[in-house]
Design a protein around this ligand. Structure first.
Ligand code: GDP
Ligand code: MN
Length: 398
C-alpha cells in the first residue's frame, strides 16, 4: 500500500527524521492559511506547493512549484488542485490532484553549499536482508543514475537481526562525501530513517532528494513509502492512511469482498483458486495465444456467492472476451464449485456475454463435469489443463 508524501513525512517525523515541514490543503484558500501558519512556525516566507498523488516525477510534470508570496501560493495551488497531473510515472491521462502539500522552501536561493542525495531503504529478497541504497546523485531519477553512472550508487546491507550498525551509518555519510556537522547529522538521519522503516513494517522507503541544507542539517525533502500489506493488521493507524482514490477502482472493489485481484491488459479473464495455480494458468493462457486480463485468486471458498462476485469483478473489464475458471478441488469439492458456477451464472441472467471454460480437477471432478455439461449454459468443461487452454484458444479464434 502506497502513501502520500505528506503521510510518509509524518511517519518520518515521528521517528525523529528531519523533514521539510508542510501542511496539506484541499483548496487554494486552505493553502494560503497553511502558508501563513507555516511562516509563523518556520520564519520562511517562500513556499513550495506540491501535488499529492501516488506517482513520482511530479516536479517534471509541473506538480511542484515555488511560491514567493501568498498571492502566488493562492494562484499556484489553484492551478494544481483539480489538475490531471501527467508525470513519467503516470498514464497519459494523468492523475487527478485532490490535495497539495504547502511546504517550507528549504533550498534558500543562492546558496552554493546545498547538496541533493538519493536514499532508499528496501527489502533485498535475494539476501533476505534489508538494504539502504544511496547516491550522491539526488534529485534526478535513480533509473538514469543507474544507467549512466552506476558507480555512483552505493548499497549497505543490514541484517534485520542485528539492525543498522554505527559503522554502517558512518560509511554512508563518508561515501556521500560529508564531514563535520553534516557527517554527524547524516548518521542520525540514517538511523532514524532505518528505525522508521522497520517500525512501520514497510517494504520501501524512497527519499529523493535528501537535502544537505546550507546550515548542514540533513532534510527529507520528498518521501515515498510502500507499506507491507501483510503487516497492516498490526498498524491500524497506518491502514487508515489508505487513499482508495489513487488505486484501481476494480481492485479496490475486489479487495472489499476479499478477492485477491490484479488488473492486467489482456483479453482472457481468469478465476483460479491458489496464487500458484493462478500464475500457471496465466502462463498457459499466454501459450494458447491469449493474454490474461487479470490475476484472480478466489481462495478456498468457491461457493455461488463468491463465484458470482468474482464473475462480476472480471466482467467489469470490457476487454474480456472469454473466462477461464481453473479450480483444483483439494479442500473445496469440485461439485460444490460447479454448482456455485451454475447458480451464479443463472443468478446473473444476461450479465455474462462471453464464453466460459471451466476446468475442475480433484475431489468429485467427474460429478462436477456432469453438472456443468448438463446445465444447458454457455459453459464448456475441460478435464486437462491443456484441454482447457485449447478451448480458450478456440473461442478466441472464432
Ligand atoms: P517528485 O518530482 O515527485 O520526485 O517530487 P519532489 O518532492 O522530489 O520534488 C521535485 C523537485 O522539486 C525536487 O527534486 C527539488 O528540486 C524541488 N523542490 C522540492 N522542494 C523544494 C524547495 O523547498 N525549494 C526548492 N527551490 N525546490 C524544491
Ligand atoms: Mn522526489
Amino acid at each position: 500500500m502506497n502513501l502520500h508524501e505528506y503521510q510518509g513525512k509524518e511517519i518520518l517525523a515521528s521517528y525523529g527524521v528531519t523533514i521539510q515541514r508542510g501542511k496539506v490543503a484541499t483548496t487554494s484558500d486552505e493553502a494560503v492559511a497553511a502558508a501563513k501558519a507555516l511562516t509563523e512556525e518556520t520564519g520562511t516566507g517562500w513556499h513550495v506547493i506540491k501535488a499529492q498523488v501516488h506517482a513520482g516525477g511530479r516536479g517534471k510534470g509541473g506538480g511542484v512549484k515555488l511560491a514567493k508570496n501568498l498571492d502566488q501560493v493562492k494562484e499556484i495551488s489553484g492551478e494544481i488542485i483539480g489538475m490531471d497531473l501527467v508525470t513519467p510515472q503516470t498514464s497519459a491521462e494523468g492523475k487527478r490532484v485532490h490535495q497539495v502539500l504547502v511546504a517550507e522552501d528549504v533550498y534558500e536561493p543562492g546558496e552554493a553549499e546545498i547538496e541533493e542525495f538519493y536514499m532508499s531503504v528496501l527489502l533485498d529478497r535475494a539476501q533476505g536482508k534489508n538494504m539502504i541504497m544511496y547516491s550522491t546523485e539526488g534529485g534526478m531519477d535513480i533509473e538514469t543514475v543507474a544507467e549512466e553512472t552506476p558507480h555512483l550508487i552505493f548499497t549497505e546491507t543490514i541484517d534485520p537481526a542485528h539492525g543498522l550498525q554505527g559503522f554502517q551509518a558512518r560509511r554512508i555519510a563518508f561515501n556521500l562525501g560529508l564531514s563535520g556537522k553534516a557527517f554527524k547529522e547524516m548518521t542520525k538521519f540514517v538511523n532514524s530513517l532505518y528505525n522508521a522503516y522497520v517500525g512501520s513494517d514497510s517494504a520501501l522507503f524512497e527519499i529523493n532528494p535528501v537535502l544537505k541544507a546550507s546550515n548542514n542539517t540533513i532534510i527529507a525533502v520528498d518521501c515515498k513509502i510502500t507499506l507491507d500489506e501483510n503487516a497492516l493488521f498490526r498498524h491500524k493507524d497506518l491502514a487508515e492512511l489508505r487513499d482508495t482514490r489513487e488505486e484501481n477502482p476494480t481492485e479496490v472493489e475486489a479487495k472489499a469482498v476479499g478477492l485477491n485481484y490484479v488488473d492486467l491488459d489482456g483479453n482472457v479473464g481468469c478465476m483460479v483458486n491458489g496464487a500458484g495455480l493462478a500464475m500457471a494458468t496465466m502462463d498457459l493462457i499466454k501459450q494458447a495465444g491469449g493474454d490474461p486480463a487479470n490475476f484472480l485468486d478466489v481462495g478456498g471458498t468457491a461457493d455461488a456467492k463468491r463465484v458470482e462476485e468474482a464473475f462480476r469483478i472480471i466482467l467489469k473489464d470490457d476487454k474480456v472476451e472469454a473466462i477461464l475458471v481453473n479450480i483444483f478441488g483439494g479442500i473445496v469439492r469440485c461439485d460444490r464449485v460447479a454448482q456455485g458456477i451454475v447458480d451464479a451464472y443463472k443468478n446473473m441472467g444476461d450479465a455474462i456475454k462471453v464464453p466460459i471454460i471451466v476446468r475442475l480437477q480433484g475431489t468429485n471432478a467427474e460429478i462436477a463435469k456432469e453438472l456443468i455439461d448438463s446445465s444447458g449454459l454457455d459453459v464448456q468443461s475441460a478435464v486437462e489443463f491443456q484441454e482447457a487452454a485449447d478451448k480458450v484458444q478456440a473461442v478466441l479464434n472464432k
